[in-house]
Each structure stands twice: as C-alpha cells, then as structure tokens.
Write a new protein. Sequence first.
Length: 301
Amino acid sequence: MKIAAVSDIHVQPNGADAPLIEAIRKQAEAMTPDIFVIAGDVSNRIDTLRASLAELKLEHAANLYVPGNHDIWFEEDKGIGSLEKYSRLIGEACHDAGFHYLPDEPYVRERLGFVGSMGWADYSFARPELKIPEENYRRKEYRGATWFDVFNVDWDFTDEEATDLFNRKLEYDLSTLPKQVRHIVYVSHHLPFRELTVYKNRLPWDFFSAYMGSVKTGQILLRDGRVILSISGHSHIRNVVTVNGITAITVPLGYGRPRNHDYEALAQKAVAEIEITEGVVDLRQFVTGDICEGMPYVVAR
C-alpha cells in the first residue's frame, strides 16, 4: 500500500497559491499512491478549503482529510463557528471535493484501517522546568506571546475537555473497525507523541510547544497494538520518530513560499511517500526539518 501525505499548506485566499496547489497535486500524483492523506490546515476559510481540496484531489487514489486548528477558526462574517465547522461544514466540503472526512468515519482498504482526528492539546507537552503557571497555558499568553487559537476558536470546551472528546472518539473508532483490519494508520493534525515535538530551549517557542498535542492520545495508540504508522501536521518542523514500534511522522509544508517561484521543488520536499508492506512501514521519500527555512512567509488568513 502506497501513501502520499502532506499537511499545513495554509492556502492564501486570494488565489496566489494556485501554482503551489498544482505542484503538490502533481507531485503526489507522480507517486501513484493508493491513498492521499492531507493532515489539516489547508485554510481557515471554508470556501478556500473546499476549492483547494477539489484542486488537490487525485483521481486514482482514495483522498483522506483531517482538519487542523486553523481550519476550524470561526468566520465572523459568515456567522460560522468552530464546532459547526468541525462537526458538519468541513465534512460537507470534503464530500463536495471528493475527499473522505476521517473524523466522521474511518477508511478501510483491505486489511489496513485509517483512523483520523484533528486531535487537540492538553499542555502535556509543556516543559515543566520552565515553571510557567498553568493559567498562562489556559490564557494562551506568556510574556506578550499569544497562541492565536485563543482569538479564533469559539467553542466552549477547555483544552482538556476538547482533548478528552477527541480521544474518546478515537477509542470508539478503533474499537469498531472491521475484524479484517490487522494494521492501522492514525492520521491527525495535533501530535500524539511528545517525542515528535521539537524544543529549541528558547521562548516563546517552547511555550507554544504545549499546544502541539497530547500524551494521552499516544497512549491510546500504543494500547491498541495494531497501529503501525502515525501521520500528523501542526508542528512546522518535519520530524520522524519510532515509539514502541509505531513510526510517527509530521508532514507540514508551512507558510514559506520560494522567492524564485520554484513550487515544484517545494512540493517535492513537502509530499511524503510511504510504503506499507505486510505491516512494515518504509519511508520512501521523506524530508525532515523546516522546508520553508529562509523563505518569505505569507499571511494565509
């Protein structure tokens, strides 16, 4: 089974990223995958998300999507809230664009199951040695640095409550997979393993690392025993670790755009190629690190 995967494209709503979207689709298409996975953060605007997914869709693969935190940012001008986006509107946009929305239902191909969730963060990735009060994590602010979900996610759940809800749904999806499923690929936006997080021993970077994911999510995957691969986004530094037999990768592109407009080269780095053969995971093409380093950043809002 061959998988192509990418996340965190952060499409500009003005159409300027059309060449990048085309380059990503062509790069994924050239891999001739059975499955094309996008692990969130295409756009905080539902119309841009729908249109971008329609352009990214591969004709000869199953196209799978999980949303990211930016995807669920509320749209005040349209009266659309975060919960409505996650529970209904993004799923409808995926359906319109030819993508399977994994939070609604797992996807099964032969004996391989794909289970997906946006996931969330409960501060379990925070560095205790920094001695930052928990109240700062709840406010999402420390010494003037702000995690912008505080302004843009409008549901009433605390971060711990949201993490618990997503984890309970994950456990349900794992428990209800068909009996034929022998191996599982977990697709999420937030990270399931602390080991994937890149700390830099500086602020505010390490403060923001608390919002990367949840240790509890990884514990669920480890307890299941069938999970062999985890594909995530969110952190804009690409990484790969192995945790008790689970290969875990992050596949973000990020906000950078090449000055020379060589979108093909960026897409080659962004799209990961994974082969699974009889439960063995092979990263055939995978670039680590910040693939946008040195590039000018765009504002994708």
